[in-house]
Design a protein around this ligand. Sequence first.
Ligand code: ASP
Length: 345
Amino acid sequence: MRAAKVVAAMTDAGTQPARNWAIVMHGGAGIIDRATMDPQTDAAYRASLAAAIHAGADVLHRRGSSLDAVEAAIRCLEDDPLFNAGRGAVFSAGGSIELDAAIMDGATLNAGAVADVTRTRHPISLARAVMERSPHVLLAGAGADAFSVHAGLEQADPNFFFTERRWQLLVQQLEQEGLPIPPRPTGAPLQPAAPVAEAEPSGAHKFGTVGAVALDRNGNITAGTSTGGTQAKRWGRVGDSPLIGAGTYASNRSCAVSATGAGEYFIRLAVARTICALVEYTDRKLQQAVDEVIHGQLSALGGDGGVIAVSPGGHMAWSFNAPGMYRARLAEGGSLEIAIYNDEP
Ligand code: ASP
């Protein structure tokens, strides 16, 4: 019986009033600067975050589960080429798209994740299928692609994920690093005459990973994350997003966390699980715990990025040490908050 395995929710005193449902999302963190963002792009990001969070909130409002809400919200951003997840994902140095995703159910501690998948339109749904329909937690590469077909998930041609902007950014980065430029993917649209990607300074990070954490009316929380990883990644690199405890974690005993940023640092600090442990085993409030790990531990190690979190009591938090993080939150009876830059609340 599922109920027998449910992890009891702990009450958590925080600064915000308790909510019956709540959802928080991120669309990546990094060098996101007001000065270099044109108003149309700024508005497009905000509109996309609003649509995605409403998709999740509708599920919660109709008494749906936090699992369904997180999946629904992330699927929206996976289809949006603005974000580095699903369609619009960054390219590896070899010129391929290799997608990672994870989902974790705080009620049962069940989790599912995939790494380096190439043909699933919605990797977050594949992560959920791993959790619910396989005996495993993490599947990678060709095996994960095969499981996706076996599980009946929607398949997409690798060119479905191709965007000209990401391709040009890859070429820019490889040129800056003196690495070979892979051939343009077969079947990709013809190269336009004029560049469509802004020139980026060498080493500039824009982590467009997407994530969602949600609390449902039954008091259960879920975390999910989906990404193309880091641009020009090599050798089958896997980041923090699909690693349970690093980029994604949820337990009804503490909180649900999704991360974005330089994955190598988040892996070494087990960021998501560390935040949950601080909440579970100390008297830290949710906001204190996320700030301590991001501004304390992550900054001290030299990493950049951020997290979103929600507790079973409906407290919502975010924290990041980069110039910006695309983010949004909404709770029952509250108003939608959307922000991008670090000078916004
Ligand atoms: N954390 C992701 C990774 O390292 C990147 C991102 O957040 O955009 O794969």
